[in-house]
Design a protein around this ligand. Sequence first.
Ligand SMILES: [Zn+2]
Ligand SMILES: [Zn+2]
Length: 200
Amino acid sequence: MPYQFDPNSHRYRDTETGRYVRQVDVLGFVDEEVSRLEVRLKGHARLLVQGKIDIAEFQTRMALTLKESHLRVGAIGAGGTKQLTSAHYGKIGAQLKKQYKYLHGFGQDLAEGKLTKEQAIRRAASYAKSAKTSFFESEFTSRGKVGFYAKRLLDAQSRHCQSCISYQRLQWTLIQLVTPPGVDCECGGRCRCRLVFRSL
Ligand SMILES: [Zn+2]
Ligand SMILES: [Zn+2]
């Protein structure tokens, strides 16, 4: 990213112009990483259904690829790798643990022959969106330390799961009391809930 992180405003600045980078543009980098992750995960599933790797190897590769992406995306949320603290790693780790649990179930379904090749590839790809949650977890961890209020708003264009509706915050709320998109949510943050921030 050609951006420099400003820890006080918790925003990125363009290294050339010094201007603040819009949140949507930062999220663009996250979405690109999620797309790349999806391609990699599908690649693992293809090797599996072609019989080139076994289920255990598939799970290992899935877990490793997910970990790398969650950390990369988490670093973007924190303001760079150097900004990652043990609190960030704890949050990202918790998200990963959830994915590993799903991977375990995935492996069982594969072993029992419950999935067609196409279903296996599609299911592998569905793990990619989880990385976005680590971005928000990281961002919230950093902003919580500095002190921020947030609103969490529903995107009018999207359909929302029940959790998202209950996480909506129309009033300025201490960030520690706001749930980051994708966390404990059926839609996994796919609905594009919007956040606005204000410093204390
Ligand atoms: Zn949701
Ligand atoms: Zn939502």
